[in-house]
Design a binder for this molecule. Structure first.
Ligand code: NAP
Length: 298
């Protein structure tokens, strides 16, 4: 059994992206990402910190807009409008969830689609559905990179995706079913009877449901490739923080059966952030009518 390391894939992508940042700067473009965070949710703060650190490491200029939980809808909309208009800001990310009282879908729709580096805007999602996308949602795009890096074949294979959220499962299934990728995709969700019947037929199984260690060995085919998107906190008094992180897949038992599997943490997680950086570079190039040279493989 092979453990698919997100870190290894990130390192490979990072080298390419560093080249892309340098190339953009040579063209007079200083790629810049604006991150909006409202309130003091500690998990959101930790995610945002990870994004800002990664941007800085790559030489991408970042602006943090940390707003108090009492921020009004009007104030938030005014900030988004200002960033939409600012030619020096190429990517805008509004960390979700927003505090209660703020209209999340409305904010998502207000972000200029050209700067929508999370790819949550319905315009970008529509392009994704048509296979015409320029930007792709970060987590599924990162999984595609991982499959490519480890040369996991998907063309003509049975790929089962569990979860149908707009952030993970749905865009994942779209990316896999596009012409040229050519997987045969089954999407399962909480209303799917007998999920194991589907998962046992999967050459590649991708799980994003938010249920700790829910996929057991007897639900997985011999030699399947298993991608675990879940990040769950499980109480563990033996740990200093009182919990440990677990994926949606029971790693120990499934790894004894699978050909390859991603760990949690250290699997899909790191890829999400690096794909955000990639989207920022793509957005910066596009807004300046630039095209990265083919050989850079951005
Ligand atoms: P979500 O919006 O809550 O969606 C969960 C999906 O899983 C829904 O489609 C739901 O079905 C389905 N589901 C829930 N329980 C199920 C069950 N017992 N059997 C079958 N399907 C079930 O969650 P999300 O945002 O997609 O996130 C999913 C997991 O991925 C979470 O653990 C999250 O922390 C993690 N995540 C990780 C990253 C990363 O970078 N590694 C990024 C995003 C999310 P219904 O539609 O029928 O309700």
């Amino acid at each position: 059994m092979k453990t698919l390391s997100g870190k290894e894939v990130v390192e490979a992508i990072e080298t390419r992206l560093a080249g892309g940042v340098g190339w953009l700067k040579e063209q007079g473009v200083n790629p810049s990402l604006a991150v909006i965070l409202v309130g003091d949710n500690p998990e959101s703060h930790s995610y945002v910190k990870g994004k800002l650190v990664r941007a800085e490491k790559l030489g991408i200029h970042s602006q943090d807009h940390f707003l108090p939980a009492e921020t009004t809808q009007e104030e938030l909309e005014a900030l988004v409008a200002r960033l939409n208009e600012d030619p020096a800001t190429h990517g805008i990310l509004c960390q979700l969830p927003l505090p209660k009282g703020l209209d999340e879908p409305r904010i998502t729709r207000l972000i200029n689609p050209a700067k929508d580096v999370d790819c949550f805007h319905p315009y970008n999602f529509g392009l994704l559905a048509q296979g015409e996308h320029h930007l792709a949602p970060c987590t599924p795009a990162g999984i595609m990179e991982m499959l490519k890096h480890y040369q996991v074949p998907v063309s003509g294979k049975n790929v089962v995706v569990i979860g149908r959220s707009n952030i993970v499962g749905r865009p994942m299934s779209l990316l896999l079913s596009h012409k040229g990728v050519d997987a045969t995709v089954t999407v399962c969700h909480s209303r799917t009877p007998d999920i194991a019947e589907h998962t046992r037929r999967a050459d590649v199984l991708i799980v994003g449901i938010g249920r700790p260690e829910w996929i057991k060995a007897d639900m997985v085919a011999e030699k399947a490739v298993v991608i675990d998107v879940g990040v769950n906190r499980v109480d563990d008094p033996s740990r200093p923080r009182g919990y440990r992180l677990a994926g949606d897949v029971a790693f120990d038992e499934v790894s004894a059966r699978a050909a390859a599997i991603t760990p949690v943490p250290g699997g899909v997680g790191p890829l999400t952030v690096i794909m955000l950086m990639r989207n920022t570079l793509l957005a910066a190039a596009d807004q300046n009518s630039l095209k990265f040279p083919e050989h850079m493989d951005i």
